[in-house]
Design a protein around this ligand. Structure first.
Ligand code: ATP
Ligand code: MG
Length: 333
């Protein structure tokens, strides 16, 4: 008995969550035969796992395999189609920008890093996962608008300066705060990964995470276990103390910590050319030492010349972000 007959027999069954046959859905992902035990092993991708449709298919398949084809049994692994085909299964590097405290410049760094990677010809996208405090559209100087959908109902991300972006702000009324509870938050975050038609050739996905170590951090861990984390702190020891917690949380979740970025490190006094340490010194070093990773950059306070929050390569901070982007491109997991 070969797998072709098995495929022919089961491919006419219907996945009731989509109303289509397994054949038209391309749902049969693997067929194996354990000759010794006379068993069939299947991996089937359906629209929604865990429900009645799955149970029904399981019964129907077992009947075909055992009664019609005479095998001793069948092992079926059902997987969710949207998850299999999602960006999380592609060769993309996911980089979570994380911090303990709010207001340390996480979003500014996420966006400028994406901008610098794009300047280095890397196809880059941003997920604004700071669902309550979404600020990526503003930093990117975008007019939030409702994204369009593809014919198969996937969301088309907005594009600014060659960077694909998805943010909660595109789906909410302007100026109105998001007041969702946990499950809705979770669904929104999942849809950013599974329901968006991201560019097929993305190199990097930068994720602006909310401050702290709450639900979203855990959800991200489940959705993209391969994500790497960068920790942002300011030089102030109060900020670094909390940043360490974010780093430890990432470690506990078995996420790779690439390194630490110290933001607002100093202000370069234009009159005498001296560095003024407005928020103290040493925070970045303390965090890097505690987490046993590198302090990747110290970014000074600087008002961007051309944009609201984006730095161009010819600006000092723009240079810093290009260096950081280069480091990340070369960084080996
Ligand atoms: N290096 C810098 N030089 C000057 N201003 C900066 C710098 N980094 C951040 N800022 C400014 O500091 C403010 C806070 O930055 P940002 O919104 O990026 O922080 P955040 O950590 O994402 O905050 P939140 O916790 O609210 O999401 C913004 O107004 C931003 O423009
Ligand atoms: Mg932010």
């Amino acid at each position: 008995m070969n797998t072709k007959i098995i495929r022919e027999k089961i491919s006419q069954l219907t996945d009731e969550t989509s109303g289509k046959t397994l054949h038209t859905e391309g749902a049969i992902r693997h067929i194996g035969i354990d000759a010794e035990k006379n068993l069939v092993i299947l991996i089937i991708a359906i629209n929604k796992t865990g429900g009645e449709a799955e149970k029904k298919l399981r019964r129907e398949i077992a009947q075909i395999i055992k009664l019609d084809l005479g095998f001793n049994g069948v092992k079926i692994q059902f997987e969710e189609k949207r998850k299999i085909d999602s960006i999380t299964n592609r060769k993309v590097r996911f980089i979570i920008i994380s911090s303990g405290k709010g207001g340390v410049g996480k979003s500014t760094i996420a966006v400028n890093l994406a901008y610098a990677l794009t300047k280095l010809n890397q196809k880059t996208a941003i997920i604004d996962a700071d669902i309550y405090g979404s600020s990526v559209p503003r930093i990117m100087e975008m007019k939030p608008e409702y994204p369009k959908a593809t014919s198969n109902k996937k969301i088309i991300p907005l594009n600014q300066y060659g960077i694909e972006i998805i943010s909660t702000e595109f789906f909410t009324e302007p100026g109105k705060p998001v007041v969702w509870r946990g499950p809705m938050l979770h669904q929104m975050l999942e849809s950013f990964f599974y329901q968006v038609e991201w560019n097929q050739n993305l190199d990097f996905m930068i994720i602006d995470a909310p401050p702290g170590t709450g639900d979203v951090t855990l959800d991200l861990r489940n959705i993209v276990p391969t994500a790497e984390t960068m920790i942002v702190t300011t030089p102030h020891l109060a900020a670094s103390h909390v940043a360490i917690k974010a780093g430890i949380a990432a470690r506990q979740l078995k996420q790779k910590v690439i390194g630490v970025i110290e933001n607002m490190s100093y202000f370069l006094n234009p009159v005498n050319g001296e560095k003024e340490y407005l928020f103290g010194q040493g925070g970045g070093e303390v965090v890097a030492a505690q987490l046993d990773c590198e302090l990747l950059a110290q970014i000074p306070l600087q008002q961007p010349k051309k944009h609201l929050s984006l730095y161009e390569p010819e600006e000092e901070n723009g240079q810093k972000f290009l260096e950081l982007a280069t480091y990340i491109m070369l960084y080996q997991n």
